[in-house]
Ligand binder design. Structure first.
Ligand code: COA
Length: 251
């Protein structure tokens, strides 16, 4: 457990809140572990019908903690926490709603590709600088983003690392709606409560039909993870991670 993830309950809605504002919600291994447990335990608990992901004002998530990436890059780290989280997300049995405000980098963007409804504020920018970091797309984004955005839209997001505004993300079908900051959490909760009030068996069948079998997605996440692990050891990634760590010293 970590205080950087807060688990709250609103009736049948489980809220998983990323709460490490001092680091813009960069995700540590402990945070992934707590989020995986919440998803799998929530899936097994009949009193929970919907999962919700939220961040803090101005930051949904700045992505994986780059100190953790650097530890792997230098042979000093490892662990299955990210993998376990991605499996819990890809295999989730219950609808997921997310509310995104501000920073949404890396997994802060790709997590939403697994959500059933995402609301974002006008100041939100979705960005995945994997290639700039010497890395490759993760969380099944190399499969899901082209399905949603088409090949060129996906290339701009995942290859160029181009930021996508909330307005553009709605038009592209990447997210469901744009909501002003002061209405974000209300809109997310209202949608989650609507979902929770639906007949759960019919909703589960409908959701499973829309998503189809998960095997292809899981296989892609595995393939991405193999490349990702290899890339973390590369000179390109090491140089980019060290440059991030040193950027404030250079100012
Ligand atoms: N990993 C580790 N620490 C991170 C982080 C990350 N992914 N993102 C932000 N932080 C830390 C910063 O180092 C800083 O820590 P410090 O105050 O101890 O120096 C703190 O969070 C605040 O970040 P800062 O960069 O000062 O905020 P900002 O508003 O100027 O910029 C970002 C925010 C997200 C644009 C910028 O921090 C960034 O580019 N982060 C890296 C994002 C990334 O590449 N993620 C991985 C994707 S695969």
């Amino acid at each position: 457990m970590t205080d950087h993830i807060l688990i709250e309950r609103h009736g049948a809605v489980q809220i998983i809140r990323m709460n490490r504002s001092e680091k813009k919600n960069a995700l540590t291994r402990a945070m992934y572990a707590t989020m995986s447990a919440a998803l799998t335990e929530g899936d097994a608990d009949p009193s929970i019908r919907v999962h919700v992901f939220l961040g803090v004002p101005g930051a949904f998530s700045a992505g994986n903690d780059l100190t953790d990436f650097l530890a792997v890059a230098t042979g000093a780290g490892g662990g299955n926490e990210v993998w376990d989280f991605l499996m819990a997300l890809a295999n989730s049995q219950k609808p997921i709603v997310s509310g995104v405000d501000g920073i949404a980098v890396g997994i802060g963007t790709t997590l939403n590709l697994h959500c059933d409804l995402t609301f974002a504020t006008p100041r939100t920018v979705f960005r995945t600088p994997f290639v700039d970091l010497g890395l490759v797309p993760e969380a099944g984004s190399s499969l899901l983003a082209p399905q949603i955005l088409g090949l060129q839209g996906a290339f701009a997001l995942l290859g160029l690392g181009e930021g996508i505004s909330a307005e553009r993300a709605v038009r592209a079908g990447l997210i469901y709606d744009v909501v002003e900051e002061d209405g974000l959490e209300g809109a997310v909760l209202a949608a989650a409560e609507d979902i929770a009030a639906k007949p759960p068996e019919a909703l589960k069948i409908a959701r499973d039909l829309m998503r189809g079998p998960r095997d292809g997605l899981v296989a892609r996440i595995r393939e991405e993870a193999e490349h990702f692990r290899e890339r973390l050891q590369s000179d390109e990634a090491r140089a980019a991670l060290v440059a991030f760590m040193n950027r404030k010293k250079a100012r």
